[in-house]
Design a protein around this ligand. Structure first.
Ligand code: PMP
Length: 319
């Protein structure tokens, strides 16, 4: 389970309020029909610089707004404005530690009725201290879920749509309650899609392979970052294609990545070791690079970070 603290404030109804005041009615549309979309970002505390760095907020908010538009929501903010709102919120919290940020847009009208049009939208966001999301980042034991991933023509996985997390929750709980750490979920046609809340990658013959965005995956921002680091820093070729289930059995290495998960090695699948059964070299190298980057220790990728306490937003302009 994640080590997590509590937020003191939320952005709610257009302003920052104490978290106790950020409340909604039981009649709220989103609560009944899953008509909400959310995001998940991390900010990393750099003690040497006494600075809190938000990881790729513009990219996260851009995806968030895309998810919202899939549910016919019209939020009156740009990614840059949302980044400013987030900085204000984190400054109010005054965090000097790693944290997780949850923006949420939801159909807010108090009514009964299955539809997306003529229903009001609302936006809220809160942040809390946060450690690891999975305990065994260095060696997950996974299973293939008996649940299939939601299809693009049912609830698009490309959007981070609240209702589809009933599917992810089924997969995760069944995996954990059967003694595994995480589930790998297959598409309707039986290819590897993703984990319950993370993208999946394998290494075979020196290549990194991950399902393309047509395999009903969330287009992960951590994934995009990891693929860039693999290509640019390690010179490792990256292939996005269909992955058969049995390729995980014969992979040299496997890992998952996501904002919560960060980078976690997958070392066993259904009681079979993957590769040596220990975290592989490429996974290790990428993990090291990733943590350097998110903590602001890699100058070439400082443009992915937005400082919370510095007085300007110069980094944002560059992305
Ligand atoms: N897939 C799913 C289903 C997720 O919930 C997440 C976590 N947001 C990811 C992948 C990873 O995406 P990201 O790297 O943008 O957090």
């Amino acid at each position: 389970m994640a080590e997590q603290g509590k937020p003191r404030f939320a952005f709610f109804d257009g302003q920052i309020v104490p978290i106790e005041q950020a409340k909604i009615s039981v009649m709220t549309h989103a609560l009944h029909y899953g008509t909400a979309v959310f995001g998940g970002l991390r900010a990393y505390w750099n003690a040497d610089e006494q600075e809190l760095f938000i990881f790729r907020p513009l990219d996260h908010f851009e995806r968030f707004l895309q998810s919202a538009s899939m549910l016919r929501m019209h939020l009156p903010f740009t990614p840059a404005e949302m980044t400013t709102m987030l900085r204000d919120l984190l400054r109010a919290e005054g965090f000097h530690e790693n944290c997780y940020i949850r923006p949420l847009a939801y159909k807010s009208t108090e009514m009964i009725g299955v539809r997306l049009h003529d229903v009001d939208d609302a936006f809220t966001m809160f942040a809390m201290p946060f450690g690891q999301y999975v305990e065994r980042e260095e060696g997950l034991h996974v299973c293939f879920s008996a649940w299939r991933r939601v299809d693009d023509n049912a609830i698009p996985a490309r959007g981070k749509i609240a209702g589809s997390y009933a599917n992810s929750s089924q997969a995760k709980s069944d995996a954990i309650l059967s003694g595994y750490d995480e589930a790998v979920v297959l598409t309707q046609d039986g290819h590897i899609s993703e984990g319950s809340a993370a993208n999946v990658l394998i290494v075979r013959r020196g290549q990194i392979i991950t399902p393309s965005s047509s395999s009903d995956v969330l287009e992960g921002i951590t994934l995009r970052s990891v693929l860039a680091l693999a290509r640019e820093e390690l010179g490792i070729p990256v292939v996005e294609r269909l992955i058969d289930r049995t390729e995980l059995y014969v992979a040299d290495e496997a890992f998952m990545c996501g904002t919560g998960m960060q980078i976690a090695a997958v070392t066993r699948v259904e009681h079979r070791p993957i590769g040596t059964g220990q975290m592989g070299e490429i996974t290790q190298a990428l993990r090291r690079l990733f943590f350097d980057v998110v903590n602001g220790r890699h100058p070439a990728y400082r443009h992915w970070l937005t400082p919370v306490y510095a007085s300007t937003l110069i980094e944002d302009a560059k992305r």
